[in-house]
Design a protein around this ligand. Structure first.
Ligand SMILES: Nc1nc2c(c(=O)[nH]1)N[C@@H](CN(C=O)c1ccc(C(=O)N[C@@H](CCC(=O)O)C(=O)O)cc1)CN2
Length: 284
């Protein structure tokens, strides 16, 4: 039997409808949730993600303020801009779109964002809080993946979750989130030996490496849940994931498509975090 295809767009729509109500409630209490979006340079994918984030904010009543800077700005100038946003009480969340140009140290930038406004959940303090099970902003893509799997009503505790990829944005934190849910977590990466032997053990396989069609049918255990985080643009202009969709759908029990899988959930969880930031900063 073919896998159930998880419709990220539909799930995002349902969640956003609920978030819109929360924004309405905050507004009725005199709070206008506001997100500052910082875009450096003219990376086409970043421009389109930022546009999608602003549109999503607008649709549910969150105000967004876009700050764009040319790719040759200095690190110290960018840090000053972030400090100004930290000090501005009308801004509840700050998001710096990644990647940043080479001359700018991403970690320095992330560490400059006030932890209470870090709606991406990338600040080391927030990462530490996540790892120690405290309430904090959870990184948006990992949070979206967890939300998706929880929506399937499948048991996570005791399951073997295999994460392929170890980026700071997705791979590392997603494993930690599933560990918090009592899964057994294995990380794989470019130096992992016998990758297939490990991916075939996964009850839940999460792939976030940016390699088109890396995971084939033979790499997946029958009945596994497969989450494809890859967004790869092919030469023909089409998008494709890290998982060979046509093959793996014949083996998996659940599978996310690309596009319209994990991507829309990333933006939805950013909206969730921005509302949480506004609420917490107003002591609600
Ligand atoms: N500050 C951040 N930078 C980056 C993050 C992040 O969470 N915070 N993640 C990625 C990019 N990203 C969000 O910023 C992102 C990627 C993909 C999608 C998405 O909806 N993808 C669509 C397809 C889009 C297309 O047509 O190109 C989909 O999968 O359906 C949303 C957000 C790196 N930077």
């Amino acid at each position: 039997m073919s896998a159930y295809i998880i419709n990220g767009l539909e799930l995002a729509k349902e969640k956003r409808a609920q978030l819109a109500k929360e924004v309405e409630q905050l507004k009725s209490e005199g709070i206008q949730p506001t997100l500052a979006v910082v875009l450096v340079g003219d990376h086409p994918a970043s421009q389109s993600y930022v546009k999608a984030k602003q549109k999503a904010c607008e649709e549910i009543g969150i105000r967004s303020k876009l700050l764009t800077f040319p790719s040759d700005i200095t690190e110290s100038f960018l840090l000053e801009q972030i400090q100004a946003l930290n000090a501005d009480d009308s801004i509840h969340g700050i998001l710096v779109q990644l990647p940043l140009p080479k001359q700018i140290d991403e970690l320095k930038v992330i560490e400059t964002i006030a932890p209470q406004k870090d709606v991406d959940g990338f600040h080391p303090l927030n990462i530490g809080r996540m790892m120690t099970g405290q309430k904090t902003f959870l990184p948006c893509t990992p949070y979206g993946i967890l939300f998706m799997i929880q929506s399937l009503n499948v048991e996570i505790a005791g399951k073997h979750v295999v994460v392929v990829g170890r980026s700071n944005i997705v791979g590392k934190p997603v494993g930690q989130l599933f560990l918090r849910e009592h899964a057994t977590v294995t990380y794989c990466h470019s130096r992992t030996k016998n990758l297939r032997e490990i991916t075939r053990q996964a009850d839940i396989l999460i792939v976030a490496v940016g390699k088109p069609n890396l995971i084939r049918a033979e790499d997946v255990k029958k009945g596994a849940i497969v989450i494809d985080v890859g967004v790869n643009r092919l030469e023909n202009g089409k998008l494709c994931g890290d998982v060979h969709f046509e093959e793996v759908k014949e083996v998996a029990s659940y599978l996310t498509p690309v596009p319209k899988g994990v991507g829309p959930m990333t933006i939805t969880m950013l909206l969730h975090n921005t509302i949480q930031a506004a609420r917490e900063q107003k002591g609600k």
